[in-house]
Ligand binder design. Structure first.
Ligand code: HAM
Length: 440
């Protein structure tokens, strides 16, 4: 037997029994984003490597260690996108979208060659939002309010918000000097990674998870002390907006983010139910990135949510993935007519989820399949029923006798029964005519 080929480590199939959950999440997000006036931008999965180097930063884990980069057959240096912000900025500049403010969103897979573990994958999915052309703290607040609204829609009440301000570039440069001096004076307490970061990107030392360094990090000088008037006001205005909205938050001065493009506001929503990888949503301002990538200076802010992590938090109990009804067809003529009847019913009831049995088999075995499908109702079509333009209707999840219902009454009766069971199905005006269904 030939070897079986398996998926790449850290890259997962989403199987049919889980995909309803994904669709549920994505649909809710689309609905939310639409209501807030955000429009979708779809960008390629592959970009020139240079884009990510110039935006995320050369001295970051993502660019140094995690990018899937390669030369294509023409020798161009390309990379699978590790995140969506850089691509959005590239596209917005390229297509002249930045003449006016833009509220954009995207959804799709991202790629980072990290060490796979719970909540950390090599292909993972994000829904992200990027806003261009708005510089005040009001838009930062809108993004946080929108995410809070999303948690409510998903029934997630256990997420906490951490925020920080990274200041503007010159404020960060001042802080960098202070921090480097402090860290250098304690270099014997730094691990190898942090020693390297000390000369290249000292702020990233604050992000270290090494338990031996936590006290050193806790005693480090504070970035908030280096903020100037304008940045400080921006941050306090955001904080009072959060207070007015009744959103609890913690100011975490060690929140520096792993990507270099941020300035001023940064934030993360964190769950304590996911183990070490608890951040489900993260973002902030990046007012310098558009000009850094060749566009006119344009303020910008955004965030991205990790869908695998959110999926883990959603209670799958609420998501119903089975059909509403399962059409059982026994007998040669009934079997041939069943797909036609099913099609007519779907036309009449556009929201009806109807699975039509194919492939024949005994009544018993078809009924078993109907039951296993999770369907609420079995519709039974035999040759005798066909002759009378009717079906047998049997509730599967609740008590109830099988009864005979005329084809033409189904569009009234089915939605009523399903509504009683909590399924949403709409009836339409028309009914199946006297002519009924006949196999050709
Ligand atoms: P990020 O913090 O790198 O930010 O990723 C955002 C979210 O994506 C994380 O909070 C997490 O939920 C999820 N995520 C990241 N890496 C993985 C992974 N390996 N496996 C599973 N989930 C993961 C960004 O990507 C920025 N582009 C966010 C942003 C948008 N900032 C401004 N605009």
């Amino acid at each position: 037997m030939p070897n079986k080929i398996q998926a790449i480590r850290g890259m997962h199939d989403i199987l049919p029994e889980r995909s309803a959950l994904w669709q549920h999440l994505e649909e809710k997000a689309r609905n939310l984003l639409d209501r807030y006036g955000y429009r979708e931008l779809r960008t390629p999965l592959v970009e020139v490597t240079e884009l990510f180097k110039r935006s995320i930063g050369e001295v970051t884990d993502i660019v140094e260690k995690e990018m899937y980069s390669f030369a294509d057959r023409g020798g161009d240096k390309l990379a699978l996108r590790p995140e969506g912000t850089a691509s959005c900025v590239r596209a917005a500049i390229e297509h002249g979208l930045l003449e006016q403010p833009q509220r954009l969103w995207y959804c799709g897979p991202m790629f980072r060659r990290e060490r796979p573990q719970r909540g950390r994958y090599r292909q993972f999915h994000q829904i992200g939002v990027e806003v261009f052309g708005l510089e005040g703290p009001d838009i930062d607040l809108e993004l946080i309010l929108m995410t809070r609204q999303f948690w409510r829609m998903l029934g997630l009440d256990n997420l906490r918000l951490e925020i920080n301000s990274l200041g503007d570039a010159h404020e960060r440069a001042l802080y960098r000097d202070d921090l480097s001096a402090y860290l250098s004076s304690h270099s014997e307490r730094l691990d190898g990674d942090s020693l390297k970061r000390l000369s290249t990107n000292p702020l990233r030392v604050l992000d270290s998870k090494n338990p031996a360094m936590q006290q050193l990090i806790a005693d480090a000088p504070s970035l908030l002390d280096c903020l100037g008037e304008a940045t400080r006001t921006h941050f306090t205005n955001l904080c009072s907006g959060l207070d007015s909205a009744g959103i609890p938050y913690q100011i975490n001065q060690r929140l520096v983010r792993g990507l270099d493009y941020y300035n001023r506001t940064v934030f993360e929503w964190i769950s304590d139910d996911l183990g070490a990888q608890g951040t489900v949503c993260a973002g902030g301002r990046y007012d310098g990135l558009v000009s850094q990538l060749g566009g006119r200076p344009t303020p910008a802010v955004g965030f991205a949510m990790g869908l695998e992590r959110l999926i883990e938090l959603i209670d799958p109990g609420h998501i119903d993935s089975g059909p509403d009804a399962y059409l059982v067809a026994v007998g040669e003529r009934a079997q041939a007519a069943a797909p036609l009847l099913a099609d007519r019913l779907r036309e009449q009831m556009p929201k009806l989820r109807l699975l039509c049995h194919c492939g024949g088999g005994s009544f018993k075995s078809q009924f078993k399949k109907a039951d296993r499908s999770g369907s609420q109702i079995a519709l039974v079509l035999g040759d005798a029923e066909l002759d009378q333009n009717s079906v047998g209707l049997k509730p599967l999840r609740h008590d109830g006798e099988q009864r005979t219902v005329a084809f033409e009454a189904l569009h009234e009766i089915l939605p009523r029964i399903l509504a009683e069971r909590g399924s949403e199905t709409s009836a339409s005006e028309s009914s199946i005519g006297e002519a009924g269904i006949r196999a050709e």
